[in-house]
Design a protein around this ligand. Structure first.
Ligand code: SF4
Length: 337
């Protein structure tokens, strides 16, 4: 039976808004506001949403590159939010990150050999011979060659640099890789190659992925399940196929309306977003999506919809679906404002 490798509960990240010369706290930005999800071993969970929805902040909290304000992150049975700095350093061997901009994340003054050798050194592989063998092995694994080891990041194309970013993430034999927009800086033709490579590596090394993207089209083929975020909250989560065939939340429907469909005979229901994403420092009351939602009802401005499972494995936070198991708006999850 598959078991969750990662279980996140009630995770929050609030950033204080400081004002005046004394730095008085005048409010807070709820970048991530009480989200819960899990990722099973060997699975890929896509996390999708527009910029500023909290998806990258979530990814960084899972590695404690940002400290959560509240909540738990259980990885392999341990709550990593409680680990000491030393314990966390050891845990980072098992959780690695691939970044959006491989050029910015690779030191331009270091050779690829040095860049790939660093995580091995940090995690105690002192023998240069052992490090070199592993560097060569992983260059090959990501489709590069031995002779690339002595080169510098600027000597590679964008796609090759992202392959190096992936190789670096693999050096410590991690269990979980958090990929934060790993292909959005690449040309469309190269995107497919990097996505295919990531899929092959997942099978070869039994990896679990969290794949963060702003575009539902990109995560479609790589994700087993997808969570959609809007203004710091998960508004829908489902098996990938089900989400694309039957999106329930108006925001997901709008995101999918923007994804081109290759079949000219397929007529999709189109939902268009009104207005811009609201200021996260002053989010709308009730359902934070109500300022842009074409289906807004009276209740939407007053009550926060709770994420409820409305079909097996398919949860949504929207008042259009009142038949869920627990949609009592007077409970903590759906506060009347
Ligand atoms: Fe739209 Fe209301 Fe559903 Fe929010 S709760 S998505 S405003 S219908």
């Amino acid at each position: 039976m598959t078991k969750p490798l990662l279980k996140v509960e009630n995770l929050k990240k609030y950033f204080p808004i400081k004002k005046g010369v004394l730095g008085r706290v005048a409010g807070q930005v709820k970048a991530v506001d009480d989200i819960s999800f899990y990722v099973n071993e060997g699975e890929t969970l896509g996390i999708v949403g527009e910029s500023g929805c909290g998806k990258s902040t979530t990814g960084r909290m899972l590695l404690r590159l940002l400290e959560p304000t509240e909540g738990t992150v259980e990885f392999d049975g341990k709550d990593i939010t409680k680990l000491s700095a030393e314990e966390m350093r050891k845990t980072r061997r098992d959780i690695q990150m691939v970044f959006q901009d491989p050029y910015a994340s690779l030191n331009p003054r270091h050779t690829i050999e040095k860049i790939l050798g660093e995580p091995l050194l940090v995690h105690g592989i002192k023998s240069a011979k052992e490090r070199n063998a592993k560097i060569r092995e992983f260059l090959e694994v990501v489709g590069l060659s031995d002779f690339h080891a002595k080169r510098y990041p600027h000597q590679f194309s964008g796609g090759q640099r992202q392959r190096i970013g992936i190789a670096r993430a693999l050096m410590t034999n991690p269990k979980l890789i958090i990929a934060d927009e790993p292909v959005s800086a690449l040309d469309v033709s190269i995107q497919a190659q990097v996505l295919n490579l990531m899929q092959d590596l997942q099978t070869e090394f039994n990896l679990t992925y969290i794949f963060i993207a702003h575009d539902l089209g990109v995560v479609r083929h790589i994700s087993d399940r997808v969570g959609v975020m809007y203004l710091g909250k998960i508004v829908e989560v489902s098996e990938s196929e089900d989400l694309y065939a039957n999106p329930l939340h108006p925001y997901t429907q709008a995101l999918l309306s923007a994804v081109p469909v290759p079949d000219p005979d397929y007529i999709k229901q189109e939902v268009f977003l009104e207005g811009d994403i609201p200021n996260p420092a002053d989010p709308p009351t009730g359902c934070t999506f109500h300022t842009r939602c074409p289906f807004k009802m009276d209740i939407c401005t007053r009550a926060i919809p709770k994420l409820i499972e409305v079909e097996k494995g398919h949860s949504v936070a929207c008042h259009l679906y009142p038949d869920g198991t627990d949609n009592d708006i007077k409970t903590d999850g759906g506060v009347i404002q």
